[in-house]
Ligand binder design. Sequence first.
Ligand SMILES: *[C@@H]1O[C@H](CO)[C@@H](O)[C@H](O)[C@H]1NC(C)=O
Length: 224
Amino acid sequence: MRVSGLLRLLSLISVLVVSWFFVRSYISSNMINVRLPRWIGSVHKESPIVVKTKCGLSKSCSANFFAFKISSGAANVVGPSMCFEGQTIMSPVKNNVGRGLNIALVNGTKGTVLRHGSFDMYSGDPNLLVKFLKEIPDGTLVLVASYDDPGTKMNDEIRKLLSNLGSSYAKQLGFRDSWVFLGAKGLKSKSPFEEFLKNSPDTNKYDGWPELLELEGCVPQKVY
Ligand SMILES: *[C@@H]1O[C@H](CO)[C@@H](O)[C@H](O)[C@H]1NC(C)=O
């Protein structure tokens, strides 16, 4: 009696174990068919060595060129950012940007940051910007990003100083326009590094502001 009871118990256990394996392999084979391959596949697609470029540029720059990336602010919500040779000079995370015009100065030969500033063009004193622009030494690269409103306090003197750095759009910069620019003091021609979007109710991406702009590229050491 005891032996047959033990046998019955053993057969019950083996039935349970076999069904468990059956159910488990059924589930896992379904998972393998449905989920794992896609997951593994995507890992395989992304794993080929990712070349990390300075400032996250799509292509790295040749020798004797500096990598840069400038983003304007998004409406009056997200501040602008500027990266030069892999170094973030100004950004919301660094907490050194402000509404208006954000400007960073870089030595055009060495690529070192000289100074940076943020100028409130809605309610600030435009003479602070005039002074800042007039003191830029020759051969300096000038990176500019707008945020919210770069235009209200804009005046002819500032437009002229910015145009002299190689800007084509400083002449028409106005209320809540988006603008990103890289120029240089002593540049004899117009800079190829500039993007501009006019604030216009018909084309604005945000309610009251045009889309943010991103500008990236490789600037030769000494552009002048
Ligand atoms: C920029 O760097 C060069 C080379 O080191 C130096 O001669 C020049 O004085 C620097 N310019 C400024 C404005 O710092």
